[in-house]
Design a protein around this ligand. Sequence first.
Ligand code: ADQ
Length: 735
Amino acid sequence: MSKLHIVANRLPYSLAKQEKGYDLVESVGGLATGLKSIYTRYGGKWIGWSGLNNDELSDNETAQIDAQLAEKNCVTVPLSEQEVLEYYEGFSNKTIWPLFHYFTQYVDYSPENWETYKRVNQRFADRVLEVAEDGDTVWVHDYQLLLVPGMIKSIKPNVTVGFFLHIPFPSYEVFRILPWRMELLEGMLGADLLGFHIYDYERHFLSSVRRLYGYEIAFNEIHADERIIKADSFPMGIDYEKFHKTSAMVNQKTFQERSELHQELERYFMSSPDRRLILSIDRLDYTKGIPQRLKAFRKFLEKYPNFHGKVTLVMLAVPSRGHVEEYMMLKKEVDELVGNINGTYGNVNYTPVWYFYRALPFENLVELYNMSDVALITPLRDGMNLVAKEYVASRGNQTGVIVLSEMAGVSKEMGEAITINPINEDEIADALNRALTMPLDEQRERMGLLQERIKRYSVFKWAGEFVDALEKVKRIQKEFLAKKINANVFNALNKKYLSSKKRAIFLDYDGTLTSFHKNPQEATPNAELYKLLNRLIADEKNTVTIISGRDRATLEKWFAEVPINLICEHGVWLRKHGEEWQTLTTVNNDWMPVIRPVLERFVDRTPGSFIEEKNYSLVWHYRKAEPEQSVIRANELKDELLHLVGNLNLEIMEGSKVIEVKSGGINKGIAANQFINNGAYDFLMAMGDDWTDEYMFRELPGEAITVKVGIQNTSARYKLESVSAVRKFLTELGD
Ligand code: ADQ
């Protein structure tokens, strides 16, 4: 069986020095947990750095540590102190991190660090190449290893590579600033599937690829020479049950059994019935907007004096990258602000800000989530932000309100939170007032919805979905290459064409003969297309039919001057050239339990979309979802449904921002077959780009030459990559 390996900067274990040797300490972070379940299930290795500088270890110690980790199927990538300084703290954290979070003023452009970054990425890739065999899958993580996918692919093209970026991908205007932008993109494009938390990052990435490389991009697929690369968004989840269960467990403890922190919090609440807690948790990083948050809290105390003495902000900051100058300055600023607020608004009985500069044990973290009325999460930029999800998972009684920055990826999934602009102090102050005065019923309603969603799309589901998508890309790539009409295939088809006497040719319109337009009415045929069609029709052996989902009036108008047959509305109407329009033309709901989970999966991954159940149909609505992303999702959904509907005799209808699945009747396949009935054609050809054309591909007689436009999975025998490839093919046919 082929294996799946994980590559990340760090291994899922750290090492604690003991008197004799080292102990392995398992990482408890969500990502490590989620991915561990994956690489162990697929019998792979985890390749990463141990966290120790190799030049500080004796050969003996190194060998021992490697052996300990090998038992856990971990492969270590050795790094010296200097390399850690230049690759990790340097290029990763002083160049990519600030740039990708739009802090261009902090970016360090050191060529030495870049050289080390390349060298270290190569070392990671080399370790991967030692363990990964043809047919295996490798999943690379994050901004420290952007070059690794390309380095793997160039040596072992038959290894499938996935890449996930945990931080934002910036707009092209920012990305282009980087002198090494081409190399970084090239590295990333070594992956077969690139995952991002949200659609915005995916969109920025695709735009950089288009501008810097000029590759053709159809929706979210990049056509890079002979390869197809897919980009998609997978909003990372958390281990929901772990937080939820721990929260229930700590609540069941008696006062005496509770932790010191928990007791302290209890005493705080007991001192007065109207006491409230606002919680803020992050690594101490300039992207998290901590000073701005403190200023906004100060503004809140200034604007709403009725909360003086009653509301406390618990601010937890985990020490991070402490010897980098920007972080030292940040620490100083935060210390001063906390001092200032407590000095101004505090008294012997009241401390407005409780500030902890340290990491807390897991149980304490959950206690804080559990006890806080409001979570104040206001990053200036954040790839996702898991704290928001952890807060949701820990709310046993379903109360609590989140005040959330619109700059955090997670805000896309949390329509029920109060979203704010993290720089707008007034807006945050008002949001805090609203959160603290929100009726309990409303809190429960919002929290209930959030919990349902966060529970469903856990870190395990996230990892599973990514791996499934990777498998799918692998299949698509293989299939595309197997079916593509290359020069040899073209010659064989053309020979058949030339030797035939009576030909029926069915051509879909949108996406096959012409490209999509934002406004469908503007997708009119151009001179080149008329010329091409007229040339085909001029050969009296040919019977050419446009077969489309469009209405009669439009096709009639566009093809008034062309002696061609028209089938429209997916096969409802036929007008043979020179004749009148004629119709070519039967319910149970047993299929609903099969189709509903498919639609639910799309709801999970497309924030803002929802399902409507009608008497005889299920409808997926995406009007409120991110406009561009939902178009991509809609196409994917249709593609997926296609494989299910055939067996169930269903139809998929596309409306305005809806996809409806209903019991079936007429389609392009039935229509095309009726058309050729008794026609004695010795050459049948059908070309189309979407799911409605699949009916033709499946239902026309076996000898028909069926051509799918695009790379998706298909029942067609052949594939062409684009509209321009179709036009070229039709122009050369018969030469
Ligand atoms: P981070 O920037 O580290 O992650 P985040 O996603 O919020 O940000 O994760 C922080 C984690 O640290 C949480 O799991 C939280 O529980 C924990 N934590 C925070 N303060 C703590 C404390 N004082 N004690 C103990 N634990 C604490 C990067 C990106 C994010 C992205 C993640 C995952 O910057 O945008 O969500 O990766 O992809």
